[in-house]
Design a protein around this ligand. Structure first.
Ligand code: 0O2
Length: 242
């Protein structure tokens, strides 16, 4: 779940270490066998350190967007960003993804999951999405790993957003580490649709007839919200050109 709050710890601090390794083990125990759960407990410190690095990477990316938002407002007297939300993928969700890919729950496998750290940027207008993505990707410490433009090419269900997997350095006491972060950029209308669609349908097992009906209704809603974005963009262009 993406939130506006600061990134919550996925695993606890040193004082709760044994509790946390137990709770992480519990969370994945329905998904992995006993041996795997035991290995997770044994390698808990290493896992905890890696997950903390992802949290640091989120903070770095969030700051970059806050800086861009602040500087843009100087020249244009408006903010292109409405909200920034962040999330660490839940242990259950990570475990599910690893299981689907037939990978064990360990540090090496975790490094192959590119959306453990997530930053979602909610923009005012569609143009702002591409402008912000360009500004981010021009920065010389950012490397683009993958881009999925679900705005130019919406998903079959109508889902729209720009997804970037980026690599960003984080600077620790004695080392620099390159971390992957998934950045999702979307408008308020795209966020509205995606949130409600997620609540209503995404990843839920519905009876076939209901699923078909809701899918078609939701697709229509996605098209309507895309129209709304287009109209808003046109109004803005009209004002700026006048
Ligand atoms: P959460 O809760 O964010 O962890 P994969 O990531 O491997 O499952 P893929 O194709 O690499 O799949 O990912 P993709 O298409 O880039 O999108 C992954 C994320 O985008 C999802 O995260 C959602 O946050 C969002 N998303 C993608 N498609 C939809 C959609 O149809 N509806 C909604 N509401 N959101 C979508 P996760 O992993 O599902 O969950």
């Amino acid at each position: 779940m993406y939130s506006k709050e600061h990134v919550a710890p996925l695993v606890g601090g040193a004082a709760q270490q044994s509790d946390s390794s137990l709770s992480l083990a519990q969370k994945i125990s329905g998904i992995f066998d006993e041996d795997s759960v035991l290995r997770v407990k044994e390698n808990f410190e290493e896992l905890k350190s890696l997950l903390s690095c992802y949290k640091c990477a989120i903070l770095e990316v969030e700051t970059k967007f806050n800086v861009l938002n602040e500087r843009f407002s100087l020249d244009h007297e408006r903010n292109p960003i409405e909200t920034i939300k962040t999330r660490m993928k839940s242990p259950e969700s990570i475990a599910e993804k690893l299981r689907r890919r037939n990978l064990p729950f360990n540090v090496n496998s975790l490094e192959q999951i590119h959306d453990i750290a997530g930053v979602r940027v909610i923009c005012s207008f569609v143009d702002d999405i591409y402008m912000l993505a360009d500004c981010l990707l021009k920065q010389d410490d950012i490397r683009l790993i993958e881009q999925k433009d679900y705005i130019a090419h919406p998903k079959e269900n109508g889902y729209r957003s720009l997804h970037l997997i980026i690599e960003i350095p984080i600077f620790l006491e004695n080392e620099k580490r390159l971390m992957k972060v998934e950045v999702q950029l979307r408008t308020i209308a795209m966020e509205f649709w995606a949130n409600l669609e997620h609540k209503l349908r995404y990843k839920k097992n519905l009876p076939e007839n209901i699923a078909e009906m809701t899918a078609s209704e939701l697709f229509e809603c996605a098209e309507m919200s895309a129209q709304l974005d287009l109209k808003m963009q046109n109004v803005k262009n009209c004002i700026e050109n006048s």
